[in-house]
Design a protein around this ligand. Structure first.
Ligand code: FPP
Length: 233
């Protein structure tokens, strides 16, 4: 695939961990564990493919509504993964950043985030953005507040400067559901959206490549007509 067709910013809604586990008569927690392994594979594959930024939805602002034991397990898994990934990400030149409202996290999780962000700060190959306690509506509100605090007029350009991440080129959702679930609402305004039935723990490099091939075939018009695009307009 030519470099000009590689999306700069890919975002993923990693859905299907629970169903993956249930179909194997295993606890949901095992599905989340395998979800972390899938994320490992996809980060490596995305960096190899030349993607500049990969944003993944690890925990939504609504996921606190899940059973307390599952939430607590997800938090533990998050902190463990952040610690485990410090070295390999730094070695691979991947810079990690967490977006979302961190105030609700425990000290352990906040420390693990800070540790990883500091260890990987020098990475220039790819940025891995983990959305945790994140909601698209929250992001719009915080950006609007920052915009107002900076004394700027509320224009799409000015608000856009304060969003947690820039616009998305390709949004992938695994697990067969066709919705955005309050992920990157603002940033997905012109994203190409790819839905796949694959459950997240089964997702790997071949699946990512298939999504990239699909993306390559899309015509991104941003409001223009096909004819205008053909004529270079
Ligand atoms: C959706 O599957 C997945 C989540 C709510 C959590 C996503 C978390 C991971 C992939 C692993 C953790 C990531 C990090 C960075 C530690 P679901 O439980 O909604 O699946 P279901 O729809 O089949 O029930």
């Amino acid at each position: 695939m030519s470099a000009s067709h590689i999306p700069h910013h890919v975002a993923i809604i990693m859905d299907g961990n629970g169903r993956w586990a249930k179909s194997r008569l295993r606890p949901r927690t095992e599905g989340h564990r395998q979800g972390v392994e899938a994320l490992n594979r996809v980060v490596e594959a995305a960096a190899r493919a030349g993607i500049e930024r990969l944003t993944v939805f690890a925990f939504s602002s609504e996921n606190w509504r899940r059973p307390a034991a599952e939430v607590s397990m997800l938090m533990k898994l998050f902190a463990q993964a952040l610690r485990r990934w410090c070295e390999p990400l730094a070695e691979a030149g991947v810079r990690l950043r967490v977006i979302g409202d961190r105030t609700a996290f425990s000290d352990t999780v906040r420390e693990a985030i800070a540790e990883n962000e500091a260890a990987t700060a020098g990475g220039t190959k790819m940025e891995l953005v983990i959305a945790a306690n994140y909601g698209g509506r929250w992001d719009c509100c915080q950006a609007a507040s920052e915009c107002a605090a900076a004394g700027l007029e509320m224009t799409p350009e000015n608000i856009g400067r304060f969003m947690s991440v820039p616009d998305v080129d390709l949004l992938i959702r695994t697990g067969g559901e066709c919705r955005i679930s309050n992920f990157l609402l603002w940033q997905s305004a012109y994203a190409e959206i790819y839905f796949t039935d694959a459950l997240w723990p089964d997702f790997g490099e071949d699946d990512l490549k298939e999504a990239l091939r699909w993306y390559e075939g899309r015509e991104r018009r941003f409001g223009r007509t096909s004819e205008q695009l053909r004529n270079g307009g």
